[in-house]
Design a binder for this molecule. Structure first.
Ligand code: ASP
Ligand code: MG
Length: 292
């Protein structure tokens, strides 16, 4: 199977127009081959969730209020996508929020990093639910998978290490049969799980890394990161005027670039792709027809 892996970052799904646009990209460029989609939390949701976590350790009622605001923001996106009031998406959002609320309200002492991962993971869980229901609504056969059943890690919370053998095995056994039935897979970036079923995260901006792990385990034909830039540029276009697009980079050049601070791709992303010789495309979700 020549599988494609698409990763959509938070900026691409920040509101209902973003979700519609991502779905258009999937319909135009994604449905010709078996497709696995990895999605980040919407817009600045991860930063908002970090605030929730800080407040949990200061004033937990404040934390619950902030969490409710995040729920409202996502309900609003669902409303803008014209999901009926009784559609299951609202219940799905609610259930993920409740999971986080339990952690906030738990009395027992817990380490900050552990609490962080249990709560911050809700961002990706919710964004992927919305995208899943939207794809379904427009007639695509999509299956939502919980990344915590695919990406198995140790318990270094906030910077979890992948247990490669278990992870490869889970990804292959869960995803390949579904792809064979013609389903599009949609899952979350950034999050994983320990063998004790505690949620972990792979470090901020870690969704790219998730997509690379999936690409590697599935021996994907290619991985594409859809971003708000036309491709890999010589500098951050928000800060510099004379930037040009690099049409092609070797794996080694790309690794060096990310380790020297280029924010365009998460530093851990390239190595798994390099090992399997899987090409990585960086393309614009604003002008998807570009070469990247
Ligand atoms: N949502 C997470 C973050 O903002 C992961 C990601 O976007 O890649 O750090
Ligand atoms: Mg993000």
């Amino acid at each position: 199977m020549s599988i494609q892996v698409f990763k959509f970052g938070g900026a691409s799904v920040k509101n209902h127009e973003g979700i519609r646009n991502v779905a258009n990209i999937i319909q135009t460029y994604g449905v010709q081959k078996p497709l696995v989609i990895v999605v980040s939390a919407t817009g600045k949701t991860t930063n908002q969730l970090e605030e929730v976590i800080k407040q949990k350790f200061v004033q937990s009622d404040q934390a619950v209020q902030l969490l409710k605001a995040i729920q409202e923001k996502h309900n609003h996106i669902a409303q803008e996508l014209e999901f009926e009031a009784d559609h299951s998406i609202y219940q799905e959002i609610h259930e993920h929020i409740v999971e986080a609320e339990w952690v906030i309200e738990e009395d027992r002492e817990m380490p900050f990093d552990y609490a962080y991962d249990q709560i911050v993971s809700v961002g990706e869980l919710i964004s992927s639910r919305i995208l899943h229901r939207w794809l379904e609504k427009i007639g695509l056969h999509a299956e939502w998978l919980d990344a915590r059943e695919l990406i198995l890690t140790n318990d270094t919370y906030r910077d979890a290490r992948i247990q490669w053998n278990e992870t490869n095995q889970k990804i292959q056994s869960r995803i390949l049969p579904l792809l064979k039935t013609g389903k599009i897979i949609i899952t979350q970036g950034f999050i994983g799980s320990t063998s004790e079923n505690n949620t972990t995260t792979l470090g901020r901006e870690g969704s790219d890394y998730t997509a690379a792990i999936l690409s590697s385990a599935l021996q994907a034909e290619a991985m594409t990161i859809w971003k708000d830039v036309p491709g890999i540029l010589t500098a951050d276009p928000a800060k510099f005027v004379n930037v040009t697009k690099l049409d092609r980079l070797s794996y080694t050049e790309a690794i060096e670039m990310t380790y020297y601070g280029a924010k365009v791709i998460h530093p851990k992303t390239i190595q798994p792709l390099k090992l399997k010789s899987i090409p990585l495309y960086v393309k614009s979700f604003i002008s998807p027809e570009g070469d990247g």
